[in-house]
Design a protein around this ligand. Structure first.
Ligand code: UD1
Length: 364
């Protein structure tokens, strides 16, 4: 009998983590891989474009739960996913990352007695005001297979008492996607399209609730962006959450009128990675981008006080700067003067993580 592995995606950062796994499972005749999309992200440029761009097959099951409060969103995903599981009876459920879809589906599966595999297990920011931290801790507690991207994940899981036999350091499937997509990324003309060819520029992305949900915090971010674009060209693809808050606080025209800043809608994967590849630096509060820049050895300034991905700081090119304007500007000056650490690529971030995971799940 073929092993039925049900893979879950919901939000933008999930797609690049699942794509290499779907590809690997697809090569194995003993595995029947199914894909469920919860619809947590639903705008074409947050979802469909990514699925297509990364060569992910059409989801076998598409739920459309959309945006809502955390409780409502999580509950809706659980109700819909339970029905899918009861009807199709997967042998394993694979969840990735730390979004609400991750914990919702993990919880449903474990209660139905279906083993859960968590890809990107063990990461901890130790900041429980972050919704993602709650999702990470709880998903790991109910998972049977914990696939870890970096050494800190091993330590965290051991400290939390997770059985050693469940934990595997396998590397990073998001980096698999990057390695696989390089030839296509290279062909993108986005830098020319944005009029930045031959110019040094930085890429900015901001969407964490702690940076954008209050008027004070978002104003401070705009102050920083204004100062940065005073020194170097800047491109800012604006996340829907951030766009909504800029509108609500009457800050949109300020964001759109800075002389050296281009704001865009969220970009597709290929365009975005091409922009990052050519950037002098990235300023971000994302989780995944800290890892992608480390792999690409591009300087990264993270506008957060903590990171659940400490290897990007200790080994990679990342710096945690919070919203300290002086530190960010000083870092920009050092980057533009060529005085930044080169970093190294963390262990097992080699483009073959999905092979390792598929092998384990196939033979378990
Ligand atoms: C979610 C994840 C976060 C991840 C981010 C990447 C959780 C708790 N958070 O945050 O970890 O880094 O995705 O993008 O799961 N919206 C749209 N269209 C969309 C999606 C969202 O307009 O396709 C708007 C809605 O106004 C919504 C808001 O963005 O209320 C926030 O969306 P939501 O999915 O709740 O969380 P994100 O902030 O995107």
């Amino acid at each position: 009998m073929r092993k039925k592995i049900m893979n879950v995606v919901g939000a933008r950062p999930n797609f690049m983590k699942i794509a290499p796994l779907m590809r690997e499972f697809g090569k194995r005749s003993s595995v029947d891989a199914l894909l469920v999309h919860t619809g947590q992200h639903y705008d074409a440029n947050m979802s469909e474009t990514f699925l297509k761009g990364l060569g992910i097959p059409e989801p076998d099951f598409q739920v459309s739960i959309g945006s809502a409060s955390h409780a409502v969103q999580t509950a809706r995903i659980m109700i819909a996913f339970e029905e899918v599981c009861e009807e199709h009876k997967p042998d394993i459920v694979v969840v990735v990352g730390d979004v609400n879809s991750t914990i919702a589906c993990a919880l449903v599966a474990v209660k139905l007695g279906i083993p859960v595999a968590h890809v990107e297990a063990g990461l901890r920011s130790f900041d429980r005001t972050m919704p993602e931290e709650i999702n990470r801790v709880l998903t790991d507690q109910v998972s049977e297979f914990l696939f870890v991207t970096e050494p800190s994940g091993l330590e965290n899981l051991r400290r939390e008492g997770v059985e050693e036999a469940k934990i595997r350091l396998v590397g990073n499937t998001m980096i698999d996607s990057l390695v696989h997509m390089f030839p296509i990324v290279n062909q993108s003309r986005i830098v020319e399209k944005l009029g930045l060819a031959g110019e040094p520029y930085v890429v900015i992305t901001i969407h964490r609730p702690s940076n954008v949900d209050s008027e004070g915090d978002l104003t401070r971010i705009l102050d920083i962006v204004e100062r940065v674009q005073g020194r170097v060209h800047a491109v800012w693809p604006v996340h829907p959450r951030t766009r909504a808050r800029l509108r609500r606080f009457g800050l949109e025209s300020r964001a759109n009128s800075m002389a050296n800043l281009v704001t865009t809608d969220p970009l597709d994967y290929v365009s975005f990675m091409k922009l990052v590849c050519g950037a002098s630096a990235v300023i971000t509060d994302s989780g995944g981008i800290q890892e992608e820049t480390t792999y690409l050895r591009i300087p990264c300034i993270t506008m957060r006080k903590n990171t659940e991905r400490p290897v990007t700081v200790s080994v990679g090119t990342n710096l945690l700067a919070g919203n300290d304007v002086a530190l960010i500007l000083d870092s920009m000056d050092r980057i533009l003067a060529g005085e930044w650490k080169d970093g190294r690529v963390p262990e097992l971030w080699d483009g073959k993580t999905a092979v390792r995971i598929a092998e384990i799940l196939e033979n378990e």
